[in-house]
Design a protein around this ligand. Structure first.
Ligand SMILES: [Zn+2]
Length: 548
């Protein structure tokens, strides 16, 4: 009896010592809740149990398994990246280049791309080993069109349009958050306004958003913006003008006009927003300099059609003329040194170097005609990804200041030493906080954080992520506003940011003072029309779930 009582006492004592109200307690931080742009920073403690925030108040005293002293730090909801090139997430599951910026949710399949079969993609991610950040997906128009029409340069037949609409509807049921288009790219560039409206209607009816890589971002920018707004109006779907910018020296300053178009449309009740990366260079394929009609017929990146058209002198002259025009007026920026190679399979040694460097290395004058020839040679040898230094700082700042602009990276998941990525892959979010908030004072810290958290969460219809509140998922980032900065540059991109000492995904520390932890706590988030088809009994209707 005596022994039992003693045993009981020690057991009770042990329980008292190890009993913890929270798995994680974050103390003394200045909390930005994400609820609105005007939410002031308030000093408060945050208690986390499992994957949720369970307490939010000053001076929480209950015991915790682990306590972080966040004095001097800002505690924000984890950042949401609305334009994330996570096509390689199945290979780069850690996704450190996103996580270490504080990004806890990535929205994939932008620009009309990514796999059309979302169910296969998300099942693969969920069943084999996990992944770092939470992931959500759009359904890409280019993928849908390719599946039904290949690379045909024409409008769809009624049957083809119906088949594309069915694919969009299926993807929405599989959890897509909306439709993305890349109207500058193949084969989206072959689609007309009515086709996009028809597909956007399907996504809109099912609660989705429409995010548009505009048909033109250079000389045709105004037309591109007007088209996207009109698509939103006719399809009755919220629109995001993604990675909004004005490309090419001739268009610098045009953001004044595009933002006015957005304001006018919003005043008419059309729901238009934007996202943006904080850099004066874009990154996309080399092929963007080639007229799309010349590369029609592409399959798997190899165009025998392009080579054949070049053999015809009349067609070749036309192709060369249009490439020269694009180098002078559009993404080429009128100067071969503005075109920098990011990934170039044929000449990997040129990664980081410019088109001018390539010309000089071949003892050629770095002129536009030389550039035309190199573009053609590069494309015939498998193409390349380039960084185009063709944006004006003035436009970047003006777009950033607009209250309807959110922050998004357009970055590809990157790993140190691989290729020569645009620095946005590592630095988008910290660069906004360090360069544009602290140094230039373009926007306030609260404005910046809202553009990265609550605002995109609201856009996606999320109520339990993007905010710090009791019951919300514990996706959090702790940052030091005095030191947060991007370290990735155009010359030397493979650097993680500084001033972001803690990143938490679903209640688990993905990054802390001891470094990165490969916990892969990310989850697939499902969009507004996600349905689980219950296998038994057959007659039962699909169950709708509200958790996304
Ligand atoms: Zn993109």
């Amino acid at each position: 009896m005596k022994i039992s009582a003693r045993l009981l006492t020690s057991l009770l004592l042990l329980t008292a010592i190890t009993r913890a109200d929270y798995d994680l307690l974050i103390k003394n931080g200045r909390v930005f809740t994400g609820a609105s742009v005007n939410a002031p920073l308030v000093t408060a403690d945050i208690g986390i149990t499992g994957d949720r925030i369970v307490a939010l108040a000053p001076h929480l005293t209950e015991p915790a398994q682990r306590t972080i002293n966040a004095a001097g730090l800002v505690v924000s909801p984890g950042f949401i990246d609305l334009h994330a090139h996570i096509e390689n997430l199945p290979e780069d599951r850690a996704a450190q280049s996103a996580l270490r910026q504080g990004v806890t949710l990535v929205l994939g399949n932008p620009d009309g791309g990514g796999p059309a079969d979302l169910k296969a993609l998300t099942t693969k991610l969920e069943t084999a080993g996990g992944f770092g950040p939470n992931a959500a997906y759009l359904i890409g128009h280019n993928s849908v069109r390719t599946q039904i029409m290949g690379m045909e340069n024409r409008a769809p037949t009624a049957d083809e349009l119906q088949a594309m609409a069915a694919l969009v509807a299926t993807a929405m049921g599989d959890g897509a958050f909306g439709l993305s288009t890349g109207l500058l790219y193949l084969p989206g560039t072959f689609s007309n306004f009515d086709e996009v409206v028809a597909l956007a209607k399907v996504a809109g009816r099912l609660g989705g958003i429409y995010t548009s890589h505009l048909r033109k971002e250079g000389l045709g920018l105004i037309d591109g913006v007007e088209e996207a707004i009109k698509i939103g109006e006719q399809a009755k779907i919220p629109v995001i003008l993604t990675h909004h910018k004005a490309v090419g020296t001739k268009m610098w300053g045009a953001s004044e006009k595009t933002l006015a178009l957005v304001d006018t449309a919003r005043a008419r009740g059309i729901d238009v927003m934007m996202d943006q990366y904080p850099y004066t260079a874009t990154s996309t394929s080399l092929r963007v300099l080639i007229p799309s009609w010349a590369v029609a017929g592409y399959a798997n990146g190899i165009s025998s059609h392009f080579a054949a058209r070049l053999k015809d002198p009349a067609q070749r002259a036309k192709i060369e003329g249009e490439i020269a025009f694009n180098i002078l007026n559009d993404r080429g920026g009128g100067d071969l040194s503005r075109i920098q190679f990011s990934r170039f399979g044929w000449k990997p040694e040129l990664a980081g170097k410019t088109m001018r460097d390539w010309a000089l290395a071949e003892d050629r004058e770095p002129t536009v005609p030389t550039g035309v020839d190199l573009v053609i040679q590069g494309e015939l040898h498998g193409g390349a990804t380039c960084i185009y230094h063709v944006l004006a700082e003035e436009d970047v700042e003006r777009i950033m200041r607009h209250p309807q602009t959110m922050i998004a990276s357009d970055g590809r998941l990157s790993q140190p030493g691989k290729d020569h990525p645009h620095p946005r892959a590592y630095g988008t979010f910290p660069r906004v906080l360090g360069e544009y908030v602290r140094e230039r004072k373009t926007i306030t810290l609260e404005q910046a954080l809202f553009k990265m958290t609550g605002q995109p969460a609201q856009r996606l219809g999320l109520t339990d992520r993007g905010f710090i509140a009791i019951g919300a998922f514990a996706d959090l980032v702790l940052l030091d506003p005095a030191t947060v900065a991007a370290k990735s540059t155009f010359e030397d991109p493979h650097h993680y940011p500084v001033g972001i000492p803690f990143v938490i995904v679903n209640g688990r520390l993905a990054y802390d003072e001891t470094g990165y932890h490969d916990i892969r706590a990310g989850r697939i988030l499902h969009g507004p029309s996600y349905t689980i088809v219950t296998p038994q009994p057959a007659a039962e209707a699909p169950e709708k779930i509200s958790d996304r």
